[in-house]
Design a protein around this ligand. Structure first.
Ligand SMILES: CC(C)(COP(=O)(O)OP(=O)(O)OC[C@H]1O[C@@H](n2cnc3c(N)ncnc32)[C@H](O)[C@@H]1OP(=O)(O)O)[C@@H](O)C(=O)NCCC(=O)NCCS
Length: 327
């Protein structure tokens, strides 16, 4: 299958893109949005200058057969993080894949220059069974950095009430704590080099401004006697998920700052979600976790999560002005 015409993605194309995403997910899962509404939100999250960094390819019948996107994921430690997304109809020709890959690298370089960043890192997902996509990335200088596992938990009918560790207060995630929650998030993930650590600009789309943010299932744990300058000891952000027929919530990000670890805080926050899930109409929880994150894997397994088999690989590459000039 070949591409007859390329253009930019527009909100009106969300249904066609969702159809492409569904088709691609059926054979090579990387956890893409499945509903037109979610694809539309994805495009909106790219920001006002984001449409120019998308590319939609149509075959000679006018059907959408390829999609590419370059997204600004924020700057941490003076490094701009850029997410590349490529989605293809399963029958697409190999040279179309290569052409879109090169276009994405050029766009990423343009984004780095526009943001005035000397250093940037590119990250992209690749389905575990997508050998062609994997080889193309390795030839393009990308290296495998991690495997993401996809875990699920069927919500039990009458889960026990969560037990809050002493000295902590549970509070909703709201504007008052927005910046403190961001700092707590980035501190908790500081030892996870591959994790996204949003800056103030990209934090809203990662957290409370996410279009699928679920305020009732999200929470912060505040320390009554603070052990530092930030009372936010732990956080959990949950999202709605419309990608399956089973009503599902996504544990999008959760963490406990180092001084409070191994005191049951993450257990308390997840148990609260499980406890509230049924009354919110949720029957299943799901999440992604890096396979090298042994503490988190142990936590989820202890709470009954099991692997769904829909994991994917994440590959990364440095993007410096010198690297961009290489063939
Ligand atoms: C993973 C994380 C959220 C755990 O938070 P926590 O509040 O310390 O977790 P809990 O105290 O509720 O731990 C519950 C269980 O999880 C497992 N666990 C937690 N940390 C562990 C560790 N470092 N090593 C082994 N098992 C661990 C244990 O089974 C533990 O029970 P136990 O203490 O009775 O043995 C925390 O380490 C963290 O914030 N990590 C960085 C951010 C992150 O990776 N988030 C998850 C992304 S998917």
């Amino acid at each position: 299958m070949r591409i007859a015409a390329w253009g930019r993605a527009t909100p009106a194309e969300a249904p066609s893109l969702a159809a492409l995403f569904q088709r691609s997910e059926a054979v090579a899962p990387v956890d893409l949005e499945q509903r037109a509404e979610d694809v539309q939100n994805r495009l909106a999250a790219l920001g006002p200058d984001g449409a120019g960094r998308t590319r939609v390819g149509r075959d000679d019948t006018g059907a959408v057969a390829a999609y590419g996107e370059v997204a600004d994921m924020g700057t941490a430690d003076d490094v701009l993080r850029i997410r590349l997304t490529k989605v293809f109809h399963p029958d697409i020709a190999d040279d179309v894949r290569a052409e879109l890959h090169h276009w994405l690298i050029d766009q990423a370089e343009q984004l780095r220059a526009d943001r005035g960043s000397a250093r940037a890192v590119l990250g992209t997902r690749c389905a575990e069974n997508d050998r062609t996509g994997h080889e193309l990335l390795i030839r393009g200088g990308f290296a495998l950095v991690r495997h993401e596992r996809h875990l699920v938990l069927a919500v039990p009918d009458s889960p026990p009430a969560p037990v809050l560790p002493p000295g902590l207060v549970l509070t909703p995630v709201d504007e008052r704590y927005d910046e403190l929650a961001r700092l707590a998030h980035n501190e908790a993930y500081a030892d996870s080099p591959a994790a996204v650590r949003p800056d103030q600009r990209t934090w809203p789309q990662h957290a409370t401004g996410h279009p699928r943010f679920l305020p009732d299932l999200s929470c912060l744990l505040l320390a009554e006697a603070d052990r530092g300058d930030n009372p936010v000891a732990a956080f959990l952000f949950a999202l709605a998920d419309g990608s399956t027929d089973t009503p599902t919530a996504v544990l999008h990000c959760l963490g406990t700052r180092a001084p409070w670890r191994r005191s049951g805080l993450a257990t308390a926050m997840i148990s609260r979600v499980v406890h509230l899930a049924r009354s919110s109409g949720i029957e299943q929880l799901r999440l992604q976790v890096t396979d090298s994150n042994h503490p988190a894997l142990a936590l989820y397994r202890k709470l009954g999560f099991v692997e769904s088999g829909r994991g994917f690989a994440v590959l990364m590459r440095q993007l410096t002005p010198e690297a961009a000039e290489q063939p």
